[in-house]
Structures are given as C-alpha cells and as structure tokens.
Ligand binder design. Structure first.
Ligand code: HEM
Length: 417
C-alpha cells in the first residue's frame, strides 16, 4: 500500500494525491478505518487507484458532496452516452439494467421527486411504528428457535428479520423469504468491487426472475386490491398519472434489496461492537433514550455500506481535482464517520457520545428512505436479543465478508444461553 503525490500536470491546479489500496485486501476488509485515516490525511480529495476515480473521505466533504446539486446519482438526464463516450449497456445484462433503470436510487428530479413522494408516505415514522409489535414477536420467535450451545446470529437472527419485515410491508408472503434473499444477494453482488463474469450472469438471471415474480404479484393486486404497499403503488395516482409497470417493479425490488441487506449487517456489526466494547449491554439498552443513542453510535462506528458514488452534472473542481460532466466521485461514508475533526476519539465505540451527523444513511436528495424502518428494526432486535441472552459472548473473533463496499460479517457465532 502506498500514498504518493502525482506530478502536477497543470501548473494552476495540481493533480490530487493518489491512494493505492486494493478494496479486497484481507487487512482492509477486516478493518478499513486505518486506511481511511491515511486517505483523509491526503486532503479534501484523492484519486483511489483501483477505482480510477476521485474520492472524498473527510466528514465535511462527504456530507457536503452528498447534498451538492452539481452531482447526481445518474447523469443521463443532462447528457447522452454518446457525448460522454460511454458504450451502450451490455445487452447480456438487459434484465438487470431494466430493473435498475427505474429504481429510485438511479433517478434524479423530476422523476425521482415523483416516485419518492409516493413511496415516502409508507415510510414515515408514524406508519413504521405500527410494525413494532410484529417485529418484537418475530424476534422472540427466532430466539425461541435457537438450538445448541452456540448460534450464528447472522443466519439465525439478523438475516430473517429485515427480509420478513419488508416483505410483509409490501404484501409478499413470508414463504418467499428464501427466494427473495437469493435474488437479492445475487443482484447486490453487482455493486461489489471487482465482480466476476459469473456474478454478472447470476445477477441478470436473478433480476429477470425477480421482476417476473413482482409482475405476477402486481397483476393480482390489479384484480383484487389488498391492504399493502404493492397495492398502493399499483393504485396510486400522481398528478392524475399512474406509475408504469417497470416503475412499480423497480421500486419494489429496490425496497426489498435495500430494505434488508444493509439492515442485516447493521444488526450484526452492532452486536459485535457491543460485545467487544466490554460495556454492559443491559445498561446500554436500559431506556428508550439509551437504546436510541446506542443505535446511532452503532451506525456511526461501523456502518454496513461504505461508499456511494456521484456523477458530476457540470464541470466542477474538488480539492484540486477537475471533474468533467460524467466523471465519478466516491463518497466514503465509513471514513467520514471516523473523522476526528467531527467526532473525538472516533475509533472508540462510545454510546455516550453525540453521534448525530453520521452519514451512514447518506444525506440530501437520496437520503435513505428506509432510515426510520432500519432504526426501528435495530431498536427492537438488539434489546430483545440482549435481554433474552444477557450472558451472550463471542465464540470466535467475527470475520467480515470480502464484499467491499459492503461491510458486514461472514458469521457471528455467539453462546446461546
Ligand atoms: C441500517 C440500514 C440501512 C442503511 C445503512 C442504509 C443506507 C442507505 C444509504 C447510504 C442510502 C443513500 C445512497 C446514496 O446517497 O447514494 C440509502 C438509500 C436508500 N435506502 Fe437505505 N439503508 C438502510 C436500510 C434501508 C431500509 C430498511 C430500506 C427500505 C425499506 C431502505 C431503502 C432505501 C431506499 C429506497 C433508498 C433510495 C432513496 C433515494 O434514492 O431517494 N434502506 N440507504
């Protein structure tokens, strides 16, 4: 690993520093935070060699750029592939792109505003709070099912909760959870660094099957409406117009994928942080205020998603880097959360601190729509688990999965008594 300053190609504007770090190197996957410290020390922007684009790692920069309207999650609403010199999308990945094209995360205003305003209604805290008793029951039942002297909490607890909650919200049967998980895992592998050709094929197959399944569910709702989010998407009218079928499919799949992958790992990383901190779990989760503070610190301390990118929508200069329309910038959420300029002793897990301002849910236009739901799931899952198993301890040091920019555990083996 090496940091070096490139020679200045432009006398007025020096090139940003270069940072050479394989995102799949074992030490980085297990603990990326020391590398983030070195990235931040380079200044407000640097070029990450392996990604070939500019990145920002400081809290002020990341938080500001997430809100900066000169950047977007997509760029094709302001220019064309031809003028950017981009090739046409790979036709062998057509099913995957068809789903992604209509995802809220890939849209910008006015389409983004239209879709988001509709879905937001289902995700406001008041609506989400109604799910609390059901999540409590589910968490209790899962713990009742723990067998043996040790249990892998990722598989037996953190994975089933989010998928069953989001499926119930959409109105999809709990029996579908294993298939939804398989489709979702295959699709999100597309966002990993250095994905393989086999992973691309699997993601495309999963997208096709997932879309076909949601299509049949939509058809059923058109015949017999139900009291669920899918029916709301089917029947909703915005300015007199209904959502198109690809928009409903894209939105449903985004909710199912985004709704569980990150939450699984927020639960896992949270239990790990608490058990390794030496703090008394019951004390940390004694009151609603203590629970809320512990959860915000978990999200700051070890977030499950570490990098999101933006495209420059106009020529921009960032920290000595000159970006053209269509150039990408990587925003390092995990690094921003550990910036000592924003949080004192950032590498310490300290639920007593004020963790507000963390960027684990992003910021600005694309701020996580599911944040109230994710917080609720954590607010229920952690206290239920730790109060039922107060002497729980790690059986082995937890290992993170090699899936950057995702940052979650392979397994979390704990004593089950
Ligand atoms: C701890 C769990 C979660 C984390 C850390 C997380 C993180 C994020 C982040 C960082 C973004 C913004 C990406 C960007 O700006 O480029 C985002 C967007 C989004 N998230 Fe989450 N998320 C979580 C849980 C959820 C859940 C439970 C749902 C829904 C059911 C959800 C649905 C969404 C959606 C729909 C967007 C796109 C919003 C938009 O583009 O307007 N997320 N999430």
């Amino acid at each position: 690993m090496a940091c070096r300053l490139l020679g200045a190609a432009d006398t007025k504007l020096p090139m940003p520093p270069e940072f050479d770090q394989d995102p799949r190197a074992a030490d980085f996957v297990q603990n990326p935070y020391p590398a983030y410290d070195r990235m931040r020390a380079l200044g407000s922007a640097f070029r990450w060699t392996q990604y070939s684009h500019i990145c920002a790692a400081g809290h002020g920069e990341v938080s500001g750029l997430l809100r900066d309207r000169r950047f977007g999650r997509s760029v094709l609403h302001v220019t064309s592939r031809k003028s950017l010199g981009w090739p046409e999308p790979d036709p062998t990945l057509a099913d995957f792109h068809a789903v992604e094209r209509h995802s809220l995360l890939e849209l910008e205003p006015p389409d983004h505003t239209r879709l988001r305003s509709l879905v937001t209604r289902a995700f406001v805290s008041r609506q989400i709070e109604k799910l609390r008793p059901g999540i409590e029951t589910l968490a209790g039942e899962l713990i009742d099912g723990f067998a043996g002297s040790s249990v892998d909490l990722i598989e037996a607890y953190a994975t089933p909760i989010p998928v069953r909650v989001i499926a119930a919200l959409l109105g999809i049967s709990a029996d579908m959870a294993p298939r939804l998980l398989a489709w979702s895992h295959a699709m999100v592998a597309m966002y990993q660094f250095r994905r393989s050709a086999a992973e691309e094929v699997a993601a495309n197959v999963a997208a096709g099957e997932f879309a076909a399944y949601i299509g049949t569910e939509i058809a059923r709702r058109r015949t017999i409406p139900r009291d669920d989010l899918l029916t709301q998407l089917v029947t909703a009218r915005i300015d007199g117009a209904r959502l198109s079928e690809p928009e409903i499919v894209g939105t449903s799949i985004l909710l199912l994928n985004a709704g569980h992958e990150a939450t699984v790992h927020a639960i896992g990383n949270g239990v790990k942080a608490i058990l390794q901190s030496g703090l008394d779990p019951l004390e940390l989760l004694r009151t609603p205020a203590a629970i809320a503070a512990t959860i915000e610190e978990i999200l700051r301390f070890d977030p499950p998603l570490h990098m999101f990118t933006r495209y420059a929508l106009e020529p921009v200069e960032i920290g000595g880097a000159r970006l053209k329309v269509g150039d990408q910038i990587g925003l390092l959420l995990g690094a921003a959360n550990h910036d000592p300029a924003r949080y004192a002793a950032p590498h310490r897990f300290d639920p007593a601190r004020d963790a507000s301002g963390h960027v684990s849910f992003g910021a600005g236009l694309h701020f996580c729509l599911g944040a109230p739901l994710a917080r609720l799931e954590l607010e229920v899952a952690l206290p239920v688990l730790l109060s039922r198993l107060p002497r729980m301890a790690l059986v082995e040091p937890p290992i993170y999965r090699d899936t950057y920019h995702f940052h979650g555990l392979e397994r979390l083996l704990v004593t089950a008594n």
